[in-house]
Design a binder for this molecule. Structure first.
Ligand code: PA5
Length: 339
């Protein structure tokens, strides 16, 4: 019998605290939406610049915005970015070189701009160009600060009439989910799924609004649990990845698929999932389905995201690692700086 209370000693960086407070962070972050001034309005499209734990906010915003939003994880911007574009730079540290480079380029093309950061060079750049920036609280890992990187934007887009879904409904919903995921909760579905994923290679499948959520599961499992994980999106994966199952028993025996489902899945996607389940079974691959809860698509997507964060946290403990540190990322950044 596993003793989760004992395993919690591994959580030296206190990821549990950040995870536990996510619903309250969302409420605080919605209060920061007013820091994005109405003067940015009138944009025809938006580009979100960011990397890693900061960039995912752009992917999520893009799925619920009613104007085109593209996330750019690169040093350079696409050619179409112009004065009608809202430029959003997100960097938790404010020091990410790709984001700074693309932001500098963007400021030469549009003055509709805003940044979300704890400070650093990004905040300094905003001060220099007189661009508003949303102050994000320090002391988190970027991926654990998602509420502060996403909800000011959701709140602002909602205020400007550019959002599908009610961002204010999310925190109460996630508070209920938290109760079911806390370490001392019996019949804890997040712990159960983490145990099913232990010593496996998770492959997370999303579709439409759950595409970025599947990606977040993958990256959270990578960074919290320190293990490989992969993701793909329906319906696209039915046109390529499915062929790769043919040799799965030989080369991918530890693979395990997780379908992220919502009641907003396209009916043909739902049919595809049923067929895929049969294909996976016939190839000897295990799978799970996780259904989001909530009134609207935004709520269901964020329910799934938060549940995945819990699963990755428990998987870290099962793996015997502290969820917080991401030494390989820091080491790579340090080496690049030295060049
Ligand atoms: O999770 C992480 O620590 C990384 O993915 C970072 O978010 C990424 O390296 C970008 O850094 P920042 O979020 O500070 O811009």
């Amino acid at each position: 019998m596993l003793n989760w209370q004992d395993l919690l000693a591994l959580d030296e960086g206190k990821m549990l605290w950040a995870l536990r407070d996510f619903p309250e962070q969302i409420e605080r972050a919605l209060g920061l939406a007013c820091r994005v001034p109405n003067s940015v309005q009138g944009f025809k499209n938006a580009v979100v610049l960011g990397m890693g734990g900061s960039a995912i906010a752009g992917d999520l915003l893009a799925r619920f915005a009613t104007v085109p939003v593209v996330t750019v994880r690169d040093y350079a911007l696409p050619g179409w970015v112009n004065a009608d574009t809202l430029l959003v730079a997100i960097s938790y540290s404010g020091e990410t070189e790709e984001t700074l480079s693309a932001f500098r380029e963007g400021l030469r093309r549009t003055r509709r701009a805003v940044a979300l950061t704890t400070g650093g060079a990004l905040a300094a750049l905003c001060e220099e160009w007189e661009i508003p920036w949303v102050p994000v609280p320090p002391g988190f890992q970027p991926r654990a600060a998602l509420a502060f990187l996403l909800f000011p934007l959701l709140g602002c887009f909602s205020r400007l009439g550019h959002l599908q879904g009610n961002p204010f409904a999310v925190a109460p919903l996630l508070r209920r989910l938290r109760e079911a995921c806390l370490p001392d909760h019996n019949e804890n579905a997040a712990q159960t799924l983490a145990q099913a994923l232990f010593q496996k290679v998770p492959v997370i499948y999303g579709a439409g609004i759950t595409g970025p959520v599947a990606y977040r599961w993958k990256t959270q499992i990578n960074e919290n649990a320190k293990q490989p994980a992969y993701w793909a999106e329906l319906p696209e994966l039915c046109h390529n990845e499915i062929v790769g199952y043919e040799l799965a028993t030989k080369v991918f025996a530890q693979g395990i698929v997780i379908f992220l489902r919502t009641s907003f899945d396209h009916p043909r996607v739902a049919k595809r999932v049923e067929i895929l389940k049969e294909v996976l079974s016939s190839r000897g691959l295990a799978f799970f389905e996780v259904w989001g809860e909530g009134e609207d698509a935004l709520s269901q997507a964020l329910w799934l995201l938060y549940f995945g964060d819990w699963v990755s946290f428990y998987l870290a403990l099962l793996n015997g690692v502290d969820p917080t540190p991401v030494r390989p990322i820091q080491e790579l950044k340090r080496r690049l700086k030295e060049l």
